[in-house]
Design a protein around this ligand. Structure first.
Ligand code: ADP
Ligand code: MG
Length: 686
């Protein structure tokens, strides 16, 4: 068995199980080892019996038996009963088909009873609790059992069994990190890390394991970037952009004054357009800082000079929104720009027309999604390429788009609040412009963190805002009811709201499982105020701009990362009216509330993300992840900023001494890269 073997080579995995695993993208032995747990279950500390004992949740009770257990035999199956006494209350334990327990459960003995306490016929009852001797329980208390992402019929136990089946064999991974790096940064062995991330012996081991895996994710990512970069030297700029201040003249017609940060960014870009080499620039600007108008004005410059330009957005919704906005701006500026939309959900015929237009319109602005970078698109005169929400795209995609034209100027835009030092590591090859200012006229968003008893008030508040002509977002963590996860879901929630509003307010639903065309329809209806309240999952998080919305209500807000909440909040406060963000906290933990309160204190995305870390306990380790910042599996650029620095330093050291990875100590690394399973590395030429 090796990493590439199909999982059917694992003991106990047959064709049926194989099919289940395929649904979660697990095909090979390597895949299952890299299918890391979502979180871990830890056995709770044992507690004595009291009247305020927690109900309906797995707990461990410590008790001394006072009266022998009894077995009822007159029933269809034997039932064992035992009453446990606390100071002020008692609990009735019940077991079915286990009469043999009677001989163990005798007066004077100490045991730990693990299970759920429920209220049944007014009696505190524990059904089928597992019974442990004190010593045995303290042992399992230290262990953590993995909880995996699953699919229907694929049980957690089956995944556990399968992963264990692999570990029965020898170590599978070749540790490719050079020894000196492992020593310098105190990184544990790779195989050990993989084992511990699935079945940690203790919290300490888990932390160590995770650190190693996070290091590797960053390390390979940066290494891949650096190796690709060798081929990406500054390219000569053949384009001739007119120097008659076209964008500046358009700016004067805008109904608002651009901020100084926007103006500065525009002048930096224009300098690049006129320079000897093509632009490779990143615009970093927090949500709502107004990156779109900057992009448009620069594309207008391209149009004015007779060139094509393209902007690529990560979602259909966003691409269409840009298309609409650009259309309005063209009208307002009174310029006749050929705008071409190209998205995946368009019909074959529509796409064919778009391809033809792209080939035949030398001064078009092309707006779209990934569809832009497919083989069928042929640009004829492309001078400027922009990617919006850059962090949603992989490095490879970015390069494909830049390879589309004749070495065009490249501009990438991101709202990811990362400090400059990190940006340089992650986007090493790009110049950076920062829009660190939001339009002055905007009123700061009013925030509140409330518990569930506030819900009705919140609904009334939304109704009031709608009556004034505004709109609202309601965010739920789930699409539909789920057995595995607690939390509000958009489907049921929208029905509840329709009821509350007596059908007088139009409520729409938006989530990631919908078809792109459906999503577009809903977003358009919302943008046109045909829908007043949009109940959605976090799909609205990226870039959506409906300035008329003034309320963002976030259900189960304790379940989101703060950076993600910050992005969600950024969907309101985009117009002139006062906006509100209501976060409903469904967690009882003190820290949860404190974390959420951080959002009241600051509007600075990076500050928020770093605060989040300080307030997160090790228990939340895997529970909350910041939103899809880059496509790392475990790593989080905020939480693991230190590791990112270490990884960056390591890559630098290695490449400085051995650019082609030919030295002995780097041989394993080279082998690994050559047959790596990591997608983004597949196309690297060493
Ligand atoms: P983001 O940077 O998050 O992409 P957008 O470009 O979507 O932000 O801009 C948010 C809103 O602010 C839009 O409605 C846009 O028209 C408006 N806007 C942009 N720049 C300014 C400005 N200087 N003054 C007032 N409103 C602005
Ligand atoms: Mg945007």
């Amino acid at each position: 068995m090796d990493l590439q073997s199909p999982i059917t080579e694992i003991k106990g995995v047959g064709a049926k199980t194989e099919q289940l695993f395929e649904k979660i993208g697990v095909y090979t032995v390597g895949d299952i080892l890299l299918h890391f747990p979502r979180t871990y279950l830890k056995y709770p500390g044992a507690v004595p019996i009291t009247s305020d004992i927690e109900l309906n949740k797995n707990i461990a009770i410590r008790a001394i038996i006072q009266k022998s257990a009894t077995v009822r035999k007159n029933t269809r199956i034997p039932i064992t009963l035992l009453t446990l006494f606390g100071e002020d209350t008692k609990i009735q334990c019940v077991w079915y088909r286990m009469p043999y327990l009677k001989s163990t459960l005798t007066p004077g003995k100490h045991f730990i009873f693990y299970g759920k306490v429920v209220l049944k016929n007014n009696t505190l009852t524990m059904e089928q609790p597992t019974v442990y001797e004190e010593e045995a329980y303290s042992k399992i208390e230290e262990t953590m059992s993995p909880v995996y992402a699953l699919t229907a019929k694929l049980s957690n136990n089956l995944v556990i069994k399968t992963v264990k089946g692999v570990f029965e064999k020898e170590s599978l991974f070749l540790d490719y990190l050079p020894k000196n790096i492992k020593e310098k940064f105190e990184l544990c062995d790779y195989n050990y890390a993989i084992k511990q991330i699935h079945f940690p012996d203790s919290m300490d081991d888990l932390v160590k394991a995770r650190r190693r895996l996070v290091f590797d994710e960053f390390f390979l990512f940066i290494l891949a970037m650096q190796l690709q970069k060798t081929k990406q030297i500054k390219e000569p700029n053949h384009f001739k952009f007119k120097k008659d201040n076209f964008a500046e003249k358009l700016m004067e017609k805008l109904p608002f004054e651009l901020t100084n940060a926007q103006k500065k960014t525009i002048s930096e870009i224009k300098k690049d357009l006129y320079s000897d080499t093509v632009m490779q620039r990143l615009i970093q600007g927090d949500v709502g800082s107004g990156k779109t108008i900057v992009a448009f004005l620069m594309m207008a410059e391209a149009f004015h000079s007779g060139y094509q330009s393209a902007i690529m957005a990560p979602t259909e919704v966003l691409a269409r929104q840009h298309y609409e906005t650009f259309g309005e701006w063209c009208k307002m500026f009174d310029i006749d720009v050929p705008l071409i939309l190209l998205t995946g959900s368009m019909t074959q015929k529509q796409k064919r027309i778009a391809y033809e237009q792209i080939e035949n319109t030398p001064n078009a602005m092309v707006i779209g999604t990934h569809a832009i970078i497919q083989d069928k698109t042929h640009f004829s005169n492309l001078a400027l390429v922009i990617t919006d929400e850059q962090h949603r795209f992989g490095v490879k995609q970015r390069n494909t788009l830049s390879g589309k034209g004749d070495l065009p100027h490249i501009l990438v835009m991101s709202a990811t609040p990362i400090p400059r030092t990190l940006a340089i590591i992650l986007y090493g090859d790009l110049d950076i412009s920062v829009i660190d200012e939001v339009p002055a006229k905007r009123l700061p968003i009013k925030n509140c963190v409330v518990d569930t008893s506030f819900r009705d008030k919140a609904y009334n508040f939304i109704a009031g805002q709608v009556a004034e002509g505004h709109q609202a977002y309601v965010i739920c963590p789930l699409v539909e009811e789920s057995e595995n996860m607690e939390g509000e879901n958009v489907i049921d929630y929208s029905k509840i709201l329709e009821d509350k509003f007596h059908g007088k307010i139009s409520v729409g639903v938006l989530h990631g499982k919908m078809k792109p065309a459906q999503k577009n329809e809903i977003m358009e209806a919302f943008a046109e105020n045909k829908i007043q309240v949009l109940v959605s999952t976090t799909v609205v998080e990226v870039g959506v701009n409906v300035p008329n919305s003034t309320v963002m209500l976030i259900e189960n807000s304790d379940r989101f990362g703060l950076a993600q909440l910050h992005q969600l909040r950024g969907r309101v406060g985009r117009g002139d009216a006062q906006s509100y963000c209501i976060m409903i906290n469904t967690s009882k933990s003190k820290n949860a509330k404190k974390r959420l309160e951080t959002l009241n204190k600051s509007n600075d995305g990076f500050f928020i993300a770093s605060e989040d870390l300080k307030l997160r306990g090790p228990g939340d380790f895997f529970g909350i992840r910041q939103s899809g910042e880059f496509q790392f599996q475990l790593a989080d650029i905020y939480q693991d900023a230190n590791v990112l620095q270490d990884a960056s330093e390591s890559v630098k050291n290695i490449l400085e001494n051995d650019r082609k990875l030919e030295n002995d100590e780097n041989r394993n690394l080279r082998n690994w890269l050559e047959k790596t399973m990591i997608d983004s590395l597949k196309n690297i030429n060493l």
